[in-house]
Ligand binder design. Structure first.
Ligand code: NDP
Length: 460
C-alpha cells in the first residue's frame, strides 16, 4: 500500500459509493471519494427523495377531495410551485450535507471534481491538476436519463432531471414512456393540476409487472385524469409560438407546453477512461462485473446503476456492503437479487415483491394458485370515488409458498415492505392465513384471501 496515495478510491458519492467508502474508512483504511456534482447521487439529488416530495405535494389535491367528503371545506386551497421548490431544495441541501458530514466523520476524504481513470491504479481529477493513485478503485457513477437523440425536435424535450426544477408549473405536459419514471411523473403533474398525457409505445404501461397490476393501474390513473395513449411512437416534436406539438406516428398531433421523455436510464460511463484501466462494458453498455462486483480489472470494482443489475437505491447499498465484506473483511458475499420488493410511486402507488403470475407459471412446475381481490378502500366511502384497490397473491401450487404479492392502492409501498419479509422467508399461504387480521385495514385482505381464482392452478 505504501506505494499508493489511498487504499480505496471511490468514483461517485451516491448511495452505493458513499456506503462503500464509509464502511472501508471505518475499518481504518485510507479512503477518498470523488464527486463531480453534489454528494448524495441520483437518489438524494435528482431521484427517489425529491421525487417522493413531489409525489407528496401532488397527493394533497387528492387528500383535499377526500376531506371534502368528510365535511371539510377549503375555499381557497391553492398550490404555489416556487414555494414548494424552495422547500424541497432546502431539504435536499440538508440531506446532501448530512451525507457529506457522514463521510467526514468516517474519515473519508471528499474530492470535489470529476475523476477519470488513467490506468488501473491512477485517476486524474479533471481541471484540478491532481493525480491520485489507489490500491483499489470502486466505480459507482450511477446512471443518466436517456432519450432518443435521433427523434426530430428531441432537443425541446426535458427528462426527469429538469422536471425537478421547472421554472414554472406548466398547464399541459406530455410524458413519453411507460416505466417507473413516466408513470410516477404523470401522477405528480396530474395531481398538481397539470393536464397530463402519457404516451407509451407498448400495449400497456409498466412492462415486466404483473398483467393485472398493469391493467388495474392504467385504469386507476385514467380516473385521476391522466390521458393514456398506448401503442404509439413519436414522429417529431415541433416548437410553435404557443408551445410544442408532439406528432405521433398514428397521425395525432398533440399540443402541449412541456414534453418529458422518461424512456429509460443508461449507465454513466462516458469519458471515464475505462479502457485505460482495462474495465470492460457488456453489450448493453454497463460495466461488466462478477457476482462480487469485481470488474474485468483485478483491482477495480463497480456497483449500483453503472452495472445495470437492479437499479434501486437499497440494492446499490447492499452491493456496497457485500463489496466491503468481500474485499476488506475476507468474507466473500454477493447480494441476493431474489424477492426484492419494489414500489412505483404512481397515484395510486404500486407495491410488488416476487414473481408476477406469468413468471410464476413459467417457474412453478405444477402450476400456481392465484388469489385476487379488488375493492373500494374504506377511506373513499364518502367521496363518490370509484377508485379501487387491487391485491393479488401468487402461490406455488406444489409447495404452497407465496411467491408473489402485488398491490395497487394507497399505502401499498408501506405494505409491500412487510409482505416482502414473508415472501423472502418462503412462508406458505397457510402461514399467511394463520396470521390474524388487523381490522379495519386494507392490509388485512392479504391474510383473509380465501377464494382461489377459478382455473388458476395450472402449469400454463
Ligand atoms: P424504465 O426502463 O423503467 O422505463 C423506460 C420506458 O421507456 C419503458 O416504458 C420503455 O418502453 C420506454 N422506452 C424506451 N425506449 C423508448 C423509445 N425509444 N421510444 C419510446 N419509449 C421508449 O426506465 P425509467 O426511466 O422509468 O426508470 C429507470 C430505472 O430507474 C427503473 O427501471 C428503475 O430501476 C429505477 N427507478 C426506480 C424507481 C422506484 O423504485 N420507485 C423510480 C424511478 C426509477 P418498453 O417497456 O417498451 O421498453
Amino acid at each position: 500500500m505504501a506505494d499508493y496515495d489511498y487504499d480505496l478510491f471511490v468514483i461517485g458519492a451516491g448511495s452505493g459509493g458513499v456506503r462503500a467508502a464509509r464502511l472501508t474508512a471505518l475499518d481504518g483504511k485510507k479512503v477518498a471519494v470523488a464527486e463531480e456534482y453534489r454528494v448524495g447521487g441520483t437518489c438524494v439529488i435528482r431521484g427517489c427523495v425529491p421525487k417522493k416530495f413531489m409525489v407528496m405535494a401532488s397527493e394533497v389535491s387528492h387528500a383535499l377531495e377526500i376531506a371534502e367528503g368528510y365535511g371539510w371545506s377549503f375555499d381557497n386551497a391553492k398550490f404555489d410551485w416556487p414555494t414548494f421548490l424552495e422547500a424541497k431544495d432546502v431539504e435536499i441541501a440538508r440531506l446532501s450535507g448530512i451525507y457529506a458530514a457522514n463521510l467526514g466523520k468516517a474519515g473519508v476524504e471528499l474530492v470535489h471534481g470529476r475523476a477519470v481513470l488513467k490506468d488501473a491504479h491512477t485517476v486524474e481529477i479533471v481541471g484540478k491538476d491532481r493525480t491520485i493513485t489507489a490500491e483499489k478503485i470502486l466505480i459507482a457513477t450511477g446512471g443518466r436519463p436517456w432519450k432518443p437523440e435521433e427523434l426530430p425536435g428531441i432537443e425541446h424535450a426535458i427528462t426527469s432531471e429538469e422536471a425537478f426544477h421547472l421554472p414554472e408549473l406548466p398547464k399541459r405536459i406530455l410524458i413519453a414512456g411507460g416505466g417507473y419514471i413516466a408513470v410516477e411523473f404523470a401522477g405528480i403533474f396530474a395531481g398538481l393540476g397539470v393536464e397530463t398525457t402519457l404516451i407509451y409505445r407498448g400495449p400497456n404501461i409498466l412492462r415486466g409487472f404483473d398483467d393485472d397490476v398493469r391493467a388495474h393501474l392504467a385504469g386507476e390513473i385514467e380516473k385521476r385524469g391522466i390521458k393514456v395513449i398506448l401503442g404509439c411512437q413519436h414522429e417529431k416534436i415541433e416548437k410553435t409560438d404557443t408551445g410544442l406539438v408532439n406528432h405521433l406516428e398514428n397521425g395525432m398531433k398533440l399540443e402541449t407546453d412541456v414534453v418529458m421523455f422518461a424512456t429509460g436510464r443508461i449507465p454513466y460511463v462516458k469519458d471515464l477512461g475505462l479502457e485505460s484501466a482495462g474495465v470492460e462494458l457488456d453489450e448493453a453498455g454497463a460495466i461488466k462485473v462478477d457476482p462480487h462486483s469485481r470488474t474485468t480489472a483485478d483491482n477495480i470494482w463497480a456497483l449500483g446503476d453503472v452495472t445495470d443489475r437492479m437499479n434501486l437505491t437499497p440494492v446499490a447499498i447492499r452491493e456496497a456492503v457485500a463489496f466491503h465484506q468481500t474485499v476488506y473483511r475476507d468474507n466473500p458475499q454477493h447480494f441476493d437479487y431474489e424477492a426484492v420488493a419494489t414500489a412505483v410511486f404512481s397515484q395510486p402507488p404500486v407495491g410488488v415483491v416476487g414473481l408476477s403470475e406469468a413468471e410464476a407459471r413459467r417457474s412453478c412446475s405444477n402450476g400456481v394458485d392465484v388469489y385476487v381481490t379488488r375493492f373500494r378502500p374504506m377511506k373513499y366511502a364518502f367521496t363518490g370515488s370509484d377508485e379501487r384497490v387491487l391485491m393479488k397473491l401468487v402461490v406455488d401450487a406444489d409447495s404452497q409458498r407465496v411467491v408473489g404479492v402485488h398491490i395497487v392502492g394507497p399505502d401499498s409501498p408501506e405494505m409491500i415492505q412487510l409482505a416482502a419479509i414473508a415472501v423472502k422467508a418462503g412462508l406458505t399461504k397457510a402461514q399467511w392465513d394463520a396470521t390474524c387480521a388487523v381490522h379495519p385495514t386494507m392490509a388485512e385482505e392479504l391474510v383473509t384471501l380465501k377464494e382461489k381464482q377459478s382455473g388458476a392452478t395450472s402449469a400454463g
